[in-house]
Every structure is written in C-alpha cells, then in structure tokens.
Design a protein around this ligand. Structure first.
Ligand SMILES: *Cc1c(COP(=O)(O)O)cnc(C)c1O
Length: 493
C-alpha cells in the first residue's frame, strides 16, 4: 500500500486552488451584481425540482470542479436573495461577506466546539465573542452564554435554564410536577411561536402558557401580568418564567422591561428577554432608554443572524449566571476525558443542547472586529432611520396608510383612492386587496416584503436588517407598491 491513500473524496492541491478561486470569483460577482438581479424568480417547487431532474443517487463520482460550478450556477440563478437591497421580509438579514469567508475557514479547520480539548482556539473565540456581545448590549461583566443555531434554540436554552433555576430539587430525576403544582409561563400575546414549541416539547403543554394581553402599541399589559401571577399563586400553581419581548416579531414593539423585572423580583421568577430580532438596537445610544431594564434579565436570546447580519445560522443565549446552564445541560459520561478543572476552560456541550458543535462564533467574531462597535451602531441606526423614512412616505402618500413603526419594522397598507365602502365591508375588502398585493409582490421579485395582522388589518410589513438597503431603494419600493396596488385593485373590481 502506498503512503498516500487514494480516496474518491480528496481534492488534490492544484485542483482545490483552481476550483476554490473560481468559486470566490463567482461569489464576488454575485455580491457586486445582486442589486440588478431579481430578489427571487418566484419559481414553483415543481419548476425547481425539474432543474435537478429526477436522477438516482450516482453510482460513481465525478469531477469536483464541475460539481462546484454547477451548484453555484444553480443557486445563483434560482435562489431568493435576502442579501438583496430590496429584501425586507420576515427577520432575515443580508449576510456579511466576511461571514461567508469565516464559514469556509471554520469548515476547513472543522473545530468541534463541544469540548475545549477538541477546539482550543474556537472555544476561546466563542467565549470572547459572547463577552463582546454582552458588552455591546451594555450588560455588566459576568454574563456568559453560548452560540446556538437561531432564535428558537436560544429561547429554548433560556427557558430550560429558567426551569432548572426555579423548579427546586428533583426536576431531573422526577420530571415536572403534577397538575396541582403546574409550572406556569407568562408571555405577551405578541410572543413568537417558539414559546408554544417550548411548552409542547418540554412537557408543560400549551395550557401552561398565560398569554398576557398587549396594549394598543403591542406591549404587554404589566397590570394584567401581575394580576394573573397572583391568581395562579392563589390556586397553587408555580409560576416560574416571564418572557418580555425586545422587538416583537410582528411590529418590533419593546415591552416595559423594567416593569417586568420588578414583577419578577417580587415573585422570585426568572426574567427572560426574547431579543432575537430587536435587542441589538439597545447598543444605539438614542434607543437605549427603550431598553431600560435589560440588565435585570436572567437570560436574553439574541440572533446574530438577524440584526448583526451573520450568515445563517447564528443564535445566542446570554445568561446572568452560567451555573444554571451547567446545572441544566451538564453530564459526565465515562467516555469523555474533558476534565473541566483547568483554569478558564469551558466545555460548551455543558452549556446547551448540542454535543458536537460547529464553530458559529467565528463569523460573528470576525464581523464584530471588521465593523467594530461604532460600525454596528451606525448600521443599526441607519436601518432604523430608513424604516422611519418608509413610514413617513406611507403617511404622506394618498394611497397608502402607515400603520406602525418600531425599531426597523414598519407596517402599512395600500388603500385605493375613492374607496366608497365603509366599516366592516371596507376592512374586509382592504384585507383581501393587501393579501393579494403581497402575493403579487412576493412572486414578481422586485421587492420582498412580508405581512403582519395589526388589530385586524392585514398589513404589508418591512423589516430592515439589511446593510445594503438605501433611501433610493425605499423610494423605489413605495413606487412599486403603489403601482402594483393599483393593478391588483383593478383586477379585484
Ligand atoms: C426570529 C425570531 C425568533 C425565532 O428565531 P429563529 O432564528 O427563526 O429560530 C424568535 N423570536 C423573535 C422575536 C424573532 O424575531
């Protein structure tokens, strides 16, 4: 047998360089020309399947250069680009170019960031990135945390730490208490669907969730929160967690975090902030007051793949006291030789749900270094200003109605001039019209918006977490919306 084993998966150096450099050329062309491309071609799933043709698993392999080029062409010609300057749907950011390079590097080194011994540099970088995130948000020294795949996982991680902290002894061994001592969960009506998944997956059931009413601005009514907790205590329930939104997913509303913190202190409850989308805005000095109270939280979910522009996936859980993560997730099987007594060492498998873990921190760490605190403040501040600009344009336009603006989310709708309907008939008609309009816009690919239902109104929703969007894009988007709105209106009539 020769010293160099021949395998069908190795790529010889010259070939790797040639193929890799060509791919980098293709990607940089994509970044440069993205604004000229459609956001999406709106192709149907069957059209996309046809592109792959119905081939069986290949029996033998083929040349890597052709595979890489073919895959790049396929993806570039037929993808939806959330890096396009006119993409502002859901909460999905444009990806940082440095993050793309970071993911390539992370994959090449392939650090397993589950244990320090397997990832000495990656673990240190993850710790530093977590520290920087906490610092960016203005949290005091001592907060720690872990990178996870996204907001859902980040919220789950905080939720499980809360349960450990507030359940008392025996949860690990005995599971959840019976119905008489049910552990109850408090969150505003505007909370993201993750909480239903958490209640279902972790054995509480959705009946354990107390959906607290929100005010006219989509913020949790803390008077009702307090009363609901007291009523539950009277009947023997065990309240354990209150969730506050720092940027609710529909309209970007930030709850009164200070008021929630006080209630949590009074009743010894865990205060978790879902900041998956909005909490990076706390780093912008003009916005800071809105987030008063964040330092009083016990855990915070933040999604670097949203407003820190990291390529998917990157979520993060920050906790005031990391011991609750360890108490929740740690175990010490005899097949691990990961001694944790060395100074400063962290084994991240003990902080969260994953065991083997990729190096998600690298793309966040590199981008924070590239733009710095001031660069991030500038980008986030500009996203907010653009969103406000969009709101003002909608306010001024005779055929548009501006509905809400918070952080970088604006909701608005198309209202044709001379509409003679009234009351319910009018609202029904406008809901149908705007829903059809959104479908048209999403298919056509000039701009990508999503929707929100605000007090019964079906609205178009723009969420700008996009460092490529400019004022010119906003002007053009408003023209497109009105132009298409008129068309849909004609079609409906
Ligand atoms: C996006 C979002 C989530 C879920 O995050 P994923 O990264 O999609 O899992 C949870 N909460 C809020 C407020 C969000 O905006």
């Amino acid at each position: 047998m020769s010293t160099h084993r021949q395998t069908p998966i190795e790529i010889e150096k010259q070939e790797f360089r040639k193929t890799g450099y060509r791919l980098i050329d293709t990607i940089s062309d994509l970044f440069e020309t993205m604004h000229e491309r459609p956001v999406t071609r709106g192709e149907s799933p069957s059209e996309i399947l046809d592109l792959l043709s119905d081939k069986p698993l290949p029996e033998s392999g083929s040349e890597p250069s052709g595979i890489v080029e073919g895959a790049a062409r396929l993806l570039i010609e037929h993808s939806l680009f959330n890096g396009h300057p006119k993409f502002m749907g859901y909460v999905t950011s444009s990806p940082t170019p440095i993050g793309a390079l970071a993911d390539l590097l992370a994959a090449a080194v392939n650090a397993n960031a589950g244990a320090n011994i397997l990832s000495p540099v990656a673990t240190a970088i993850e710790k530093q990135a977590i520290g920087w995130l906490a610092e960016f948000l203005g949290l005091p020294h001592g907060w720690e945390g872990i990178f996870v795949s996204g907001g859902n996982m980040a919220n789950f991680t905080g939720f499980l730490a809360a349960r450990t902290a507030k359940s008392g002894e025996g949860l690990k061994e005995n599971g959840l208490p019976g119905a008489d001592n049910e552990m109850t969960i408090y969150c505003p009506e505007a909370t993201h669907t993750w909480i239903e998944k958490a209640a279902t997956l972790f054995g509480h059931g959705t009946n354990a969730i107390r959906w607290i009413a929100v005010d006219a601005h989509n913020r949790m009514n803390t008077g009702i929160l307090e009363k609901t907790i007291r009523d539950d205590l009277k009947t023997g329930k065990k309240p354990f967690i209150v969730i506050g939104n720092a940027g609710d997913v529909s309209t970007g509303a930030v709850d009164d975090l200070s008021a929630i913190a006080k209630i949590c202190t009074t009743h010894d409850l865990w205060f978790h902030i879902d900041g998956a989308y909005g909490i990076p805005a706390a780093a912008v000095p003009e916005m800071r007051d809105l987030f008063a109270g964040i330092t009083e939280a016990d855990s915070i979910a933040v999604d670097p793949h949203k407003w820190l522009y990291a390529p998917l996936e990157a979520g993060c859980t920050l906790v005031k006291d990391p011991q609750y993560l360890v108490n929740t997730f740690s175990s010490h099987p005899d097949y691990y030789n990961f001694g944790n007594d060395e100074e400063q060492s962290v084994n991240f498998y003990e902080f969260g749900m994953q065991n083997s873990r990729g190096f998600r921190a690298l793309k966040v760490w590199m981008a924070l270094r590239q733009a710095g605190r001031s660069g991030y403040r500038k980008m986030i501040g500009e996203d907010i200003a653009l969103s406000r600009y969009l709101f003002h344009l909608a306010e001024k336009h005779p055929e548009l109605e501006a509905v809400t603006h918070n952080l970088s989310i604006t909701t608005f709708r198309y209202v044709p001039s001379g509409l003679s309907l009234e009351d319910e008939a009018r609202e029904d008609y406008l809901n149908t019209l705007n829903e059809e309009l959104l479908n048209e816009l999403q298919q056509a690919g000039e701009v990508f918006l999503s929707n929100a239902v605000v007090k019964g109104k079906y609205c178009l929703r723009s969420c700008i977490v996009n460092f490529r969007t400019s004022e010119k894009d906003i002007d053009e988007i408003m023209e497109i919306v009105v132009r298409e709105g008129r068309k849909v209106e004609k079609h409906l009539v």
